[in-house]
Design a protein around this ligand. Structure first.
Ligand code: ADP
Ligand code: ZN
Ligand code: ZN
Length: 715
């Protein structure tokens, strides 16, 4: 028997698989082996078994060892598909599906056999606290074991991830929820399109329950665990230890144990961010992608997979149902999946308890404050959503519109979104016009006043705040624009309620995000200010005001997704306000008050937005009507990067495919970059052609110093 093994090395491109002798070894596709490879020993994954090989018998060697944990065979197939689909390598794709490092933590557990015998006082004491862990008394217990008085066995200790607690409230489904659930149970893939608070999570929970009842496993994908603790908590509240959590903030031991519980079938529901799509679940019956519009589903490094696309493949591969849910679904999802609608917010009325940490004193049971009467400005539309007002900032002198000021002062609990961190977005000399730029990237440095530095948001370069212009010596340095740090400063001057700032600068410590959110949740009055992090799926029932500052910031990016992003950001923020019985309202400050995406968001008109956006995409032949593949070349000088991109452009000749570029991108981390985009109606052929062309360019001597990156379906 021959085992075909892919070595798990990312150092260079090897075209595996390689054949090894497997006689007498219990190897299967998915087995993880240590293999002699040239002069080294490498880890590898068995991708298939064969009867014969071209390797001469005297050269054929066997793996040196085999790991106990294995990759489920369907995940081996998934990884090999992913390697092709994203122009990656089998090694890199397989590395993602292999078990996390580590092993089970075991301890000795002693139980009395019921036999009796003569005991010393000490031994009697010992016997009295059994059954229990042996601990430091193992030696003494071993002597009793030898006399047949106790048995000692090995047990596994589960390292349990820290989680939030919430109470489980089941509901009789509304007619719309029941219809959606019936459609999901009937099979296939569905988009669950419903405003925030319309009861989508309750539908996922019921669909998961139905899958478990059929003996099937479930995967639930969420954007970022720290930002969506409620969804996780609700799954755990309903299904207990059947739920395993998979995310990057777990310790190595926790991650291993959660993986192992899924692999053995002890846990049947995996909840986690994008990588949870690779959870080792057998007989998978349902995959849920919550907040399917979220950009975090796309992986940034090689392989640049999109968990939504991988989820669709995995559902197809295993015959599982697929449900993607969102209040602001992507145009491509609306176009390609069957839509189920939840038209209005579920009216709950009942006060809800806030989420608290399980290890917080007194948990659970902190009562939400805010007993005072609601400000008169709150309101509710027939669909339960808060009314949205657009504030024209074209003539504005201050960061906050007077109406925004008044509303913030009148509201006990508010959320303010400004998608830009720091104090000022750039500095310039009033005398000679010099602008402070990153020495390594072609971008402006952002002022962070609290840290006394100006920083590059792309590479992390930092320098002290300039006191004078180093070009002309002038002391007049102008600060332009406002970020979250500056707005926080302004708000502190006008408010005496606590202000919670949520952005990358305030949340570097472990658990900072959930702790900050929990504090805002528990506060009777307060203001949550931050970047797009504040618009994610939080559920704060007592927030009556939502504010978006500089709503057109996302529109200024030259990207075909600019409208989609702008709409989603405003609509999601609007979804955070007015969830409780008091209702609420939303203010949107913008210099583009007529932009269709902003108007549509203000009207909560997601159908209208999607209709127009799909028409625009069709007219310009953008996804979902064509596929995009992006190739970026980079080097320490412009010329090799440009030449390499040109060489690739000349090589890829695919019918029904348009080439855009190569065009220069801004310099990043001391590297000049060029980008080539393929717009294609022949996805498979184009991916293949790009893979071949990039590999050839990478082997070309003249491009030795050039780095290549391929991004299929860039976001
Ligand atoms: P979404 O996921 O769409 O934001 P949720 O499922 O979180 O919506 O529902 C919003 C709130 O309404 C939650 O507090 C939930 O417990 C409650 N809820 C959901 N379905 C019902 C129902 N059928 N009847 C009453 N309350 C419900
Ligand atoms: Zn100057
Ligand atoms: Zn930089």
């Amino acid at each position: 028997m021959i085992a075909r093994v892919e070595p798990l090395t990312t150092t260079r491109r090897l075209s595996g698989p390689f054949d090894y002798a497997a006689d007498g070894l219990a190897l299967q596709p998915g087995s993880i082996v240590r293999i002699p490879f040239g002069h080294q020993q490498l880890d590898g994954v068995v991708v298939s078994l064969a009867e014969t090989t071209d390797v001469p018998a005297e050269k054929l060697v066997a793996p040196t060892s085999t790991r106990e944990d294995t990759v489920p065979p369907d995940l081996v197939d998934l990884a090999l598909w992913m390697a092709e689909e994203y122009c990656s390598t089998p090694a890199r794709a397989l590395a993602i599906v292999t078990p996390p490092p580590g092993k089970a933590k075991t301890f000795f557990y002693a139980e009395p056999t019921g036999e009796t015998g003569k005991l010393t006082d000490k031994q009697r004491e010992l016997m009295e606290r059994l059954p229990g862990p042996a601990g430091k008394d193992l030696a003494a217990l071993r002597r009793l074991e030898a006399r047949g008085l106790v048995t000692i066995g090995e047990r596994t200790e589960r390292r349990t991830p820290r989680t939030n607690v919430t109470e489980d409230r089941t509901h009789d489904l509304t007619a719309a929820q029941q219809q959606a659930l019936d459609a999901i149970d009937a099979g296939g893939s569905h988009l669950l399109h419903g405003v925030t608070g319309s009861g989508k999570t309750e539908v996922y929970l019921r669909a998961a329950q139905a899958a478990l009842a059929r003996g099937e496993g479930v995967i639930v994908l969420v954007p970022e665990i720290a930002l969506t603790p409620q969804t996780v908590a609700r799954f755990q509240a309903r299904f207990g230890d059947t739920v395993a959590l998979l995310h990057s903030a777990l310790s190595e031991g926790e991650r291993y144990d959660e993986w192992r519980r899924l692999r053995t079938g002890e846990a049947r529901i995996a909840v986690g961010p994008r990588s949870a799509v690779f959870a080792p679940i057998e007989n998978l019956g349902l995959i849920v992608v919550d907040e399917e519009h979220d950009a975090s589903y796309k992986q940034d490094g090689d392989p640049r997979y999109d968990a939504r696309h991988v989820a669709a493949f995995r559902a197809y591969q295993s015959g599982a149902r697929l449900v993607a849910g969102s209040a602001t679904p992507r145009p491509e999802t609306v176009h390609t999946m069957h839509s189920l609608r939840l038209p209005a917010r579920v009216e709950t009325g009942a006060p809800r308890k806030p989420l608290v940490f399980a290890d917080e004193p007194g948990a659970p049971g902190v009562i939400v404050g805010g007993a005072r009467s609601a400000p008169a400005i709150s309101a509710r539309r027939p669909d339960g959503l808060p009314p949205v007002r657009i504030l024209d900032m074209r003539e504005a002198q201050h960061a906050l519109h007077p109406e925004t000021r008044r509303a913030i002062l009148a509201s006990r609990k508010s959320i303010v979104l400004l998608n830009r961190r720091g104090w000022s977005n750039f500095l310039s000399c009033k005398t000679c016009g010099k602008a402070w730029e990153c020495p390594r990237c072609d971008v402006a440095l952002v002022l962070h006043r609290a840290q006394h530095e100006i920083a590059c948001h792309h590479c992390g370069h930092k320098e002290p705040v300039p006191k004078r212009c180093d070009a002309c010596g002038s002391l007049a340095v102008a600060r332009h624009g406002a970020g979250t740090e500056r707005v926080e400063h302004e708000l502190r001057q006008m408010l005496d309620v606590p202000i919670f700032r949520l952005d990358a600068d305030t949340t570097q410590a472990k658990d900072a995000v959930p702790e900050l959110l929990a504090r805002f949740h528990a506060a009777p009055a307060g203001l949550l200010l931050g970047t797009q992090m504040v618009a994610k799926g939080h559920d704060f029932p007592d927030v009556t005001l939502g504010v978006v500052l500089d709503a057109d910031s996302t529109l200024r990016f030259p990207d075909f997704r600019a409208e989609e992003r702008t709409f989603a950001l405003i609509a999601q923020l609007a979804g955070r306000a007015g969830r409780g019985p008091k209702g609420g309202r939303v203010l949107v400050q913008t210099r583009s008050p007529d932009a269709p995406s902003i108007l549509a968001a203000a009207n909560h008109d997601s159908d209208g937005f999607l209709r127009e956006e799909l028409a625009r995409r069709r007219a310009h032949d953008y996804p979902p009507f064509a596929d995009l593949i992006r190739v970026v070349t980079s080097a320490t000088a412009p010329e090799p990067a440009r030449a390499a991109a040109v060489a690739i452009a000349e090589q890829v000749k695919v019918p029904e495919t348009e080439l855009l570029g190569p065009a220069p991108l801004f310099r990043l981390r001391d590297r000049d970059r060029y980008q080539l985009v393929l717009k294609t109606h022949q996805r498979g052929a184009a991916i293949h052609a790009v893979g071949v062309a990039v590999e050839e360019a990478a082997r070309t001597k003249a491009f030795k110093e050039v780095n290549f990156s391929v991004d299929v379906d860039p976001v």
